[in-house]
Ligand binder design. Structure first.
Ligand code: GTP
Ligand code: MG
Length: 195
């Protein structure tokens, strides 16, 4: 699937701008700065396909990428970012929630969580929205290169405990580092298996 290449399709700012729901899609959700856009670049082997930056709030639209001819990859604006003007934040959040709860062809949401911190309150809120919308989701731990063994164990345990409360969650976590490439083969295989 990934051999077919990935291309940017469009950035969407309102639900009526979504591309036709004509193929399976997976999205990447998570707190601002957790590494969603960087992960899409690492997965697709394209350094600057999705715009990433150290400034939180980088991704401000729902960005659609085609994966070969058969799937969409979707990069979402981050949640839990309070620095942008309040009306702007509210607009993103309304759109994000509308997308996560109302996209018929959304096969799986990957919820990204920083391996240093584990699941936070705001992650749980998004997980609850996905439960209610019956969107299966799987947690991807990011920035594994930045955390030491014992701290990692603690954040994994915290995240697993949080997942147990969510019926839409897959129990398996995928541990990744976009920097080192860890977890990319697993994540690619997981997406390729989604039809
Ligand atoms: P928003 O679009 O603002 O929601 O952020 P995002 O989740 O898309 O984060 P982005 O991909 O822009 O990455 C944020 C910062 O984290 C960048 O400086 C990345 O280089 C860094 N980063 C992302 N993934 C990793 C990783 O696996 N390891 C390390 N060390 N840094 C990472
Ligand atoms: Mg981004």
């Amino acid at each position: 699937l990934f051999a077919g290449g990935a291309e940017f399709l469009k950035g969407v700012v309102a639900m009526d701008g979504l591309p036709p729901a004509d193929r399976p899609e997976v999205c990447f959700a998570g707190r601002s700065n957790v590494g969603k856009s960087t992960l899409i670049n690492a997965l697709t082997g394209r350094k600057a396909l999705a715009r990433a930056s150290n400034t939180p709030g980088r991704t401000q639209e729902i960005n659609f990428f085609t994966l070969g001819e058969s799937h969409y990859l979707v990069d979402l604006p981050g949640y839990g970012y309070a620095e942008a003007p309040i009306d702007v934040v509210r607009k993103w959040q309304v759109l994000l929630r509308a997308y996560l709860s109302g996209r018929a062809t959304l096969r799986r949401a990957f919820v990204l969580i920083d391996a240093r911190h584990g699941a936070k309150e705001v992650d749980q809120e998004i997980m609850t929205l996905l439960d209610k919308s019956a969107v299966p989701f799987q947690v991807v731990m990011t920035k594994a290169d930045k955390v030491r063994g014992t701290d990692l164990e603690a954040s994994l345990a915290r995240t697993r405990a949080a997942l147990a409360k969510h019926p839409a969650a897959y129990p398996e976590l995928i541990l990744t580092s976009s920097e080192k490439g860890d977890g990319m083969p697993t994540l690619r295989a997981t997406i390729a298996a989604i039809g």
